[in-house]
Write a protein that binds this ligand. Structure first.
Ligand code: UD1
Ligand code: UDP
Length: 362
């Protein structure tokens, strides 16, 4: 049984789902955490995913209620289907709720498998960090993107036999999509030219739920827009918070658009001069595509890409963001330099993960 629920889980599990269907008697469950068509359905269509067998309708809830509702609803399916294993991905409320529900049935033989385990920001104020640490602690089998993530699990005392470094499935999703996108059509739809815009996404609770912090980021984007067009596909959480705090953009250089599909997103990323983001998935994708990005967070699970020179960690302060943006705004050569970087990317992971699960379940 695989449980997904949010945009990044759909994207990153998309290479695995058809393989699970082919290899196992497989039940696909969607928690419904993300439910707007442009946060959910569009990815099933574009990535040619089959429909989930069950949707739990657990979207738009307060976080603790959401985890509880996912647990209660999934429990019924676990009892009905008696899966050998429940597979979860990443660090969302869906991940936590599904893993906790499965944990209640460990004694009856249900195993928990965690894809994208071991990533750490080491900041336990973040809900995602709590989710992933708890899920790793109770997982029976884990798939870890890099050796540095594996070292986190070893430091936490988890048994080395319980995890495998297999790379990241986002490398599979992103590489495949990058080959298929029609860059010209995507740029034409938005009236853009390659390298003449900056692509921005932000949605993390720690970035957008604090009015001063969010205002600081928006002020930096206003400044960037004086030199370079800014394209912002707006996450629903960010839109909601901007309205709640009475924040808006004044600059005509900033174009806010609805969240876009994966093809369009990868096309926009590939052709951007640089990106500004707090997204986990995008930090890996810009590395695959070799596009410089400012990470508007205080810490990141992707320090190896900071070291490689593709990411710059700025925090959310206006001045720090602008200081890091300055060389990228001044001169396109900085962007070309990143294109030429040799970056140690995690392997494409899907085939290896399926092989290891088959061996594990016997
Ligand atoms: C969630 C994950 C986060 C992940 C992000 C990916 C948790 C705790 N957070 O954050 O780790 O990086 O997804 O995007 O699980 N909304 C809609 N339509 C949707 C989805 C959400 O309108 O399809 C609105 C709702 O008002 C909702 C709010 O956005 O209350 C926040 O959604 P939620 O799923 O709670 O958290 P995200 O911020 O999306
Ligand atoms: N993404 C997308 N359309 C958008 C914004 C993001 O397809 O309008 C993709 C992005 O390329 C990445 C994933 O969604 O693969 C990241 O999701 P998000 O930023 O919501 O979550 P996170 O990765 O931070 O958990």
């Amino acid at each position: 049984m695989t449980v997904i629920g949010t945009r990044p889980e759909i994207i990153k599990m998309s290479p695995l789902i058809p393989r699970f269907d082919a290899e196992f008697q497989h039940v696909l469950v969607h928690s419904g955490q993300h439910y707007s068509p442009n946060m959910d359905r569009i990815f099933f269509e574009e990535l040619r995913l089959r429909q989930p067998d069950q949707v739990l309708d657990c979207g738009g809830m307060l976080p603790a209620a959401q985890v509880g509702a996912i647990m209660a609803k999934l429990e019924k399916l676990i009892v009905a289907h008696r899966p050998d294993a429940v597979v979860v991905h990443g660090d969302t409320n869906t991940t936590l709720g599904a893993a906790l529900a499965a944990a209640k049935y460990k004694e009856t033989g249900v195993k928990i498998i965690h894809v994208e385990a071991g990533c750490r920001s080491h900041n336990l104020l973040q809900t995602e960090e709590i989710n992933r640490q708890v899920v790793d602690r109770i997982s029976d089998l884990m798939f870890v993107p890099t050796e540095a993530d594996a070292a986190n699990l070893i430091r936490e005392g988890l048994a080395p036999a319980s995890f495998h470094v297999t790379g990241n499935t986002v490398v599979d999703s992103c590489t495949r999509t990058a080959e298929l996108v029609d860059d010209r059509a995507i740029l034409a739809r938005l009236g853009l030219s390659a390298r003449e815009y900056c692509l921005v996404t932000m949605h993390r609770q720690e970035t957008v739920d604090h009015s001063e912090r969010l205002a600081g980021v928006l002020a930096a984007l206003e400044s960037i827009a004086a030199t370079l067009k800014v394209i912002l596909p707006l996450h629903p959480r960010t839109g909601k918070k901007m309205r709640e705090f009475g924040l808006s953009f004044q600059s005509p250089g900033i174009k806010i658009i609805e969240p876009v599909g994966y093809m369009e997103m990868i096309g926009l990323m590939k052709n951007a001069r640089f990106c500004v983001t707090d997204s986990g998935g995008m930090q890996e994708e810009v590395a695959v595509l070799r596009v410089p990005a400012l990470v508007i967070r205080n810490e990141t699970e992707y320090m190896h890409y900071v070291a490689a020179g593709v990411l710059r960690l700025t925090g959310t302060g206006t001045e720090a963001i602008l200081k890091a943006a300055e060389p990228l705004l001044r001169d396109q050569e900085e962007c070309e330099r990143v294109k030429r970087l040799s970056i140690d990317l995690p392997k494409a992971a899907s085939l290896e993960i399926v092989r290891k699960i088959k061996a594990f379940l016997g």
